[in-house]
Design a protein around this ligand. Structure first.
Ligand code: IMP
Length: 204
């Protein structure tokens, strides 16, 4: 089965492809499906933004599309940057943005270093059906910037039960515990239940 991911982010496409491949689902980008625009993410939650992207891609392609919206929530930033994770980085790059988050958290020695990555997944079908899922990985902001794998805020996020940052994990290790891994595995389960209900009809 093939499904369109409403994203042109190569890191995300790789991760989602790796997560869904063992489940027999091939992921292609919206660009590969002939849709080159980026939807405006003006929702108030991760779930709303995921829905906006998926729905826009369905309208453009006429095929079922799945989208995710994800980000880092830091307790010491009242849950920020949250849905603004990408915009908080802007043009200055993730190395500098990660250092800024560490400075904010370090400003309160002995304070709350808790954080989590959250990922909302929305799949929309041309007929109006939809599937929504969420995945979360709890952790904390590390004391050092470390690791070469992953992307974005991975070098400063230490997942619960680990001593080093997410960027020190291989893709396979990250996918097992990540917000995106959890959300998309839950999506795959709901998708197969949905397809069984539809009597095996080809929907993707
Ligand atoms: P979006 O889901 O494409 O809107 O991206 C949200 C932003 O959240 C990304 O640009 C990264 O800044 C951050 N982010 C989301 N997932 C991850 C992850 O797995 N590792 C590190 N940063 C992430």
């Amino acid at each position: 089965m093939q499904i369109i991911l409403a994203s042109n982010n190569a890191d995300k496409l790789r991760e989602v492809g790796e997560i869904l491949a063992p489940l027999g689902i091939e992921v292609i980008s919206q660009a590969q499906a002939g849709c080159r625009f980026e939807a405006v993410e003006d929702g108030a939650t991760f779930a709303e933004n995921a829905r906006i992207k998926a729905r826009a891609a369905v309208e453009a392609t006429g095929r079922p599309c799945v989208a995710d919206d994800s980000g880092l929530e830091v307790n010491a930033m009242d849950g920020g940057p949250g849905i603004y994770s990408s915009r908080f980085c802007g043009d200055r790059g993730y190395r500098e943005t990660c250092r800024e988050i560490m400075r904010i958290v370090d400003a309160d020695p002995g304070g709350d270093r808790g954080a989590r990555f959250r990922c909302a997944v929305a799949c929309c079908f041309p007929g109006g059906d939809k599937i929504d899922c969420e995945g979360v990985v709890e952790g904390s902001i590390g004391h050092v910037y470390e690791g070469e794998h992953g992307f974005g805020y991975d070098p400063i996020f230490v997942p619960e039960g680990f001593e080093r940052s997410m960027a020190c994990l291989t893709d396979e290790e990250k996918n097992k515990i990540s917000h995106r891994g959890r959300a998309f595995r839950s999506f795959a389960e709901k998708l197969s239940a949905y397809m069984e209900n539809k009597g095996g009809e080809t929907i993707c």
